[in-house]
Design a binder for this molecule. Structure first.
Ligand code: T1G
Length: 706
C-alpha cells in the first residue's frame, strides 16, 4: 500500500509530508499515518524540531467530506492533534496553497505556522452546514481572538497569508521556496532554544457579547438566511472562554449535531452534486470520455448587448483575451459603458482594486469586422433572440472558422438542434446558456444536440471550469432544464395562485420565507416582464401551452408595466428604488383576467402557495429526468441552487423531495391533479420511485451506473 504520509530526517528537522491528491483531504488513512510519523519522530534521537507540510496543489482542503456519512475511524482528529500539541519537540506547519477546515485545524494544533505569501487560510465548514469539529472553534480564538475567529468562520472565506500574519494566525510569511524557508525557520527555533508552544494553553484575549455577535452576524444575514449552523458556531466559540478540555468537549457535541442536521446533509449533497455535474463522465459514453478539450486562450462574442457584455466580463475575469463583435458601433459603445460601469462598481464595493479592473477591461477588445474573430479558440453568439438572425450569424461563422473550432449559441429559447443543422459542421455547435448577470451567476447550462461531438462537450466543460461556473448538461428541448421547470412548474403555479386570489406580495413573501432569495413576481420585475413575454413567444414556436399560461405577465408587458426598468410591473417602484410596493392596479387586472376565465377567487394560505409552487417544480423536474433532458436529479439541484435561488440548505428541489418522502409528494401531487387539473398529472418517475420506496438520489445512483 503506497504511503500517503512520509517521514524523513533532515537533521535537526524531522520532515513529515502529506501526499494525498487531489486536495490532501485528511481522511482516516492520513490520520493513521500522521500518528505513525509523529511517533517515529519522537523516537528519533537526532531530530529536535518537527516540520509538517504537504505536496501537490495545497496544504489541505480539510477533513475528507466523503467520510462524513459513516462513523469516523480512529485515530480521530482530536487524537492526532493531541499527539502534535503534546509533542516534546516544537512542531511547525508549512502552509502553501490552501489550508481549509480540518487542514487549518491541523496547523492550529502545531506550535508554529509558516505560510507562503500566496497561501490562503480559511474555515469554510459553514458552507457545508457544519461547525469546525477539530478544535478550530477553541484554538483559533486563542490565536486571533474570539471576534476575528467568529468572522472567519461565519464568512468561510479564506484570508491571505499576510492578513493571517497580521491576525497572529501565522508566525512567518515565507518568500521563495517554502520548504527552504520552513527549514530555516525550524533551525532558527532550535538556535534560539524555542520549544513547543501548545495553542490549547493560550487564553482568548477578547470577548464576545450579544451586541458584538449580532454585529458579526449582520454582514452574513443574506447568505445565512434560513440557516441554523451559525447558532451552533456562536455557542462553540463562546465555549472557548472555558478551560480547553471543556471547550473541546462542547465543540465535539455541537459539531456532531451540525453533522447530523438536514441542513448539512443538503449542503454536502450540493457540494458533491456541483462537482459531479461538471464531469463529462456523467453524460457521455466511455470512448467519448477520452475526448480532448481544445485549449482556450482567446474568446470572441458576437453581439454586444447585456448578455454579450456580461459574457465578455466573465471571460476577462477568468484571465482570457476577449473580442466583442457587433455591426453597430453605437451598440459597441454601449457595451463598453456596461463593462466599465460593472468594473467600477466592483472597485467601489472593494471587491477589486483599480489595477485589476483596468487590466481586465484591457483584455476586452471591440471589433466591427466579423472576420476578425477567425483566430478565437471559441466563438459565442449572443445576438438578439431571433431564429433567422442567429441562423445567419452561425452560418457566417461556420463558413470561415476551421471545422473543429467550437461555436456556441447563448440562446435560451430557440432550438439549438435547428441552428446546428443549418451549418456544415453541426458537431461543433452547442448551447452555452449563461444566466443574468452572466459574469456573476454561477450556473452555465451546456445544451447538447444529437450532433454535438464529445470534443465540443469536453471543451465546454473546460470553459465552465475556467469560468468557475457550475456546468450542467441539458439535452436540447423546450426551455432546457431550468426554464422548463420555471415556466411549466414554479412560475406557472405562482401565476395561477394570483388568479385564484393570492396577491403578488403574498406569493413572493411565502416563497422568500421558504428560502428563495427573491419571490417569482419580484424576479420577473427584475428581469423585465417583456423579456419573459418575448421568450415565451419564441418558445411557443417549439411547443404551445394552453391559457391561462402567464396571462398576467403578458398583459403587464402589453401595458408597458415591464418591471423595475419602467417603475411599474407586478409592483410599483417609486423614483427608481428597488423597493417593491404593492399596486392595486395590478390586483384589478388580475381580478379581471380571472373573471374572464371563470376562475373563482378565494383566501389562499401561505402553506398552499409554497406547496403548489414547490411540488409543481419537483413534478416537472421528474418529467425533465424522464425525458432525458437532465442526466441526474442532482444536476437539477445544481441548476436550481446555483441559477434560480432555490435555498441551498434544502439541497435543491429533487433532494428536497427526497427529504419530504416521495410517497407523500405523490399523494399531494395526486390531490392537485384531482383538484386543479391535467397539468398536475404525476410524473411516472415519481409514481415508480414512490411505489418502490426509492428516492431520486437512489435513482441517480442506479441511472448513472447504467
Ligand atoms: N474532502 C473530500 N474530497 C474533497 C474535499 C474534501 N474536503 N475537497 C475537495 N474534494 C474533492 C472534490 O470532490 C473533487 O473530487 C476534487 O477533490 C477536486 O475538488 C474537521 C469537518 C479545495 C477549493 O469545505 O472548497 O474540514 O470530483 O473540483 O475547484 O472541522 O474543493 O475530482 O472526484 O472542488 O480546485 C472543509 C472543500 C471540510 C473545502 C478546490 N473543507 N473543498 O477546488 O477542485 S470539513 C472544505 C473545496 C472539515 C473539520 C471539518 C474545493 C477546493 P472529484 P474541486 P477546485
Amino acid at each position: 500500500m503506497s504511503q500517503i504520509v512520509t517521514f524523513e530526517e533532515r537533521d535537526p528537522v524531522g520532515l513529515i509530508c502529506i501526499d494525498n491528491p487531489p486536495v490532501n483531504a485528511i481522511g482516516h488513512s492520513v490520520r493513521l499515518e500522521l500518528v505513525d510519523a509523529i511517533a517515529r519522530a519522537q523516537k528519533s534521537s537526532s531530530i529536535t524540531v518537527l516540520l509538517i507540510m504537504s505536496s501537490g496543489e495545497m496544504f489541505s482542503a480539510g477533513a475528507d467530506i466523503s467520510e462524513f456519512d459513516r462513523p469516523l475511524g480512529e485515530p480521530s482528529f482530536q487524537q492526532v492533534q493531541a499527539r502534535i500539541e503534546s509533542c516534546h519537540l516544537p512542531v511547525v506547519a508549512a502552509i502553501h496553497g490552501l489550508a481549509l477546515g480540518g487542514g487549518l485545524e491541523l496547523a492550529l494544533a502545531c506550535h508554529y505556522r509558516v505560510a507562503q505569501r500566496n497561501a490562503r487560510l480559511g474555515m469554510p465548514e459553514i458552507t457545508l452546514g457544519i461547525i469546525p469539529g477539530a478544535g478550530g472553534t477553541q484554538r483559533l480564538p486563542r490565536l486571533i481572538g474570539a471576534r476575528a475567529a467568529l468572522n472567519m468562520m461565519l464568512s468561510g472565506t479564506p484570508v491571505s497569508a499576510p492578513d493571517a500574519k497580521a491576525l497572529g494566525l501565522v508566525d512567518e510569511v515565507a518568500e521563495g521556496d517554502l520548504c527552504d524557508a520552513a527549514l530555516r525557520f525550524c533551525k532558527r527555533l532550535v538556535h534560539e532554544g524555542l520549544g513547543p508552544r501548545p495553542t490549547c494553553n493560550r487564553i482568548v484575549f477578547d470577548g464576545l457579547d450579544d451586541t458584538e455577535i449580532a454585529a458579526a452576524l449582520l454582514p452574513h444575514a443574506r447568505v445565512l438566511k434560513g440557516r441554523t449552523t451559525q447558532d451552533l458556531l456562536v455557542e462553540a466559540i463562546k465555549a472557548s472562554k472555558l478551560p480547553f478540555a471543556q471547550g473541546i468537549a462542547i465543540e465535539a457535541a455541537l459539531a456532531q449535531k451540525s453533522l447530523a442536521s438536514r441542513e448539512s446533509l443538503a449542503l454536502r449533497h450540493v457540494f458533491f452534486a456541483e462537482r459531479e455535474s461538471g464531469k463529462l463522465s456523467g453524460v457521455s459514453s466511455a470512448n467519448a470520455r477520452q475526448a480532448q478539450p481544445a485549449a482556450i486562450r482567446q474568446v470572441a462574442i458576437i453581439g454586444s448587448g447585456t448578455m454579450g457584455s456580461g459574457i465578455a466580463i466573465a471571460f476577462a475575469d477568468a484571465g482570457l483575451e476577449v473580442l466583442v463583435n457587433d455591426n453597430d458601433p453605437a451598440a459597441l459603445a454601449r457595451s463598453r459603458e456596461i463593462i466599465h460601469s460593472t468594473y467600477a462598481s466592483s472597485v467601489k464595493r472593494g471587491r477589486m482594486i483599480q489595477n485589476t479592473a483596468d487590466e481586465r477591461i484591457g483584455r476586452i477588445r471591440n471589433t466591427l469586422t466579423l472576420a476578425e474573430v477567425a483566430d478565437a479558440d471559441l466563438v459565442i453568439e449572443a445576438v438578439f433572440e431571433d431564429m433567422e438572425l442567429k441562423n445567419y450569424v452561425l452560418s457566417k461563422l461556420d463558413s470561415f472558422l476551421p471545422p473543429q473550432r467550437l461555436i456556441a449559441t447563448n440562446t435560451s429559447t430557440l432550438s439549438v438542434t435547428e441552428l446546428a443543422r443549418a451549418t456544415r459542421h453541426p458537431g461543433r455547435i452547442l448551447g452555452l446558456h449563461f444566466f443574468v448577470p452572466a459574469h456573476a451567476s454561477r450556473l452555465l447550462e451546456i445544451v447538447r444536440t444529437e450532433y454535438t461531438s464529445a470534443e465540443s462537450l469536453s471543451t465546454a466543460f473546460r470553459v465552465a471550469k475556467r469560468l468557475k461556473k457550475n456546468a450542467v448538461v441539458s439535452r436540447d428541448a423546450f426551455g432546457f432544464i431550468g426554464n422548463r421547470m420555471m415556466l411549466d412548474g414554479y412560475f406557472r403555479e405562482a401565476e395561477l395562485l394570483l388568479l385564484e386570489g393570492a396577491t403578488p406580495a403574498q406569493v413572493d413573501t411565502a416563497l422568500e420565507n421558504f428560502g428563495f432569495a427573491m419571490g417569482p413576481q419580484r424576479v420577473s420585475d427584475l428581469g423585465g416582464n417583456d423579456v419573459g413575454t418575448k421568450a415565451r413567444v419564441q418558445l411557443f414556436k417549439r411547443e404551445s401551452r394552453p391559457d391561462p399560461y402567464f396571462v398576467i405577465a403578458d398583459h403587464l408587458t402589453e401595458m408597458e408595466r415591464l418591471g423595475q426598468k419602467t417603475g411599474r410591473g407586478f409592483y410599483r417602484y417609486e423614483n427608481g428604488s428597488r423597493e417593491a410596493v404593492p399596486d392595486w392596479e395590478v390586483i384589478t387586472l388580475i381580478e379581471k383576467l380571472a373573471l374572464e376565465r371563470g376562475i373563482s377567487r378565494r383566501e389562499i394560505s401561505d402553506q398552499e402557495i409554497v406547496e403548489r409552487c414547490i411540488l409543481s417544480l419537483i413534478n416537472v423536474g421528474a418529467i425533465v429526468l424522464e425525458e432525458g433532458i437532465a442526466a441526474r436529479a442532482a444536476d437539477i439541484d445544481v441548476v436550481w441552487t446555483s441559477g434560480y435561488g432555490f435555498p441551498r440548505q434544502l439541497g435543491g428541489p429533487m433532494f428536497y423531495a427526497d427529504t419530504l418522502g416521495l410517497p407523500d409528494v405523490l399523494l399531494r401531487i395526486r390531490h392537485y391533479h384531482k383538484t386543479l387539473g391535467y397539468y398536475w398529472r404525476p410524473a411516472t418517475l415519481i409514481e415508480r420511485l414512490a411505489a418502490a420506496g426509492s428516492s431520486f438520489q437512489q435513482w441517480d445512483g442506479s441511472s448513472v451506473s447504467q
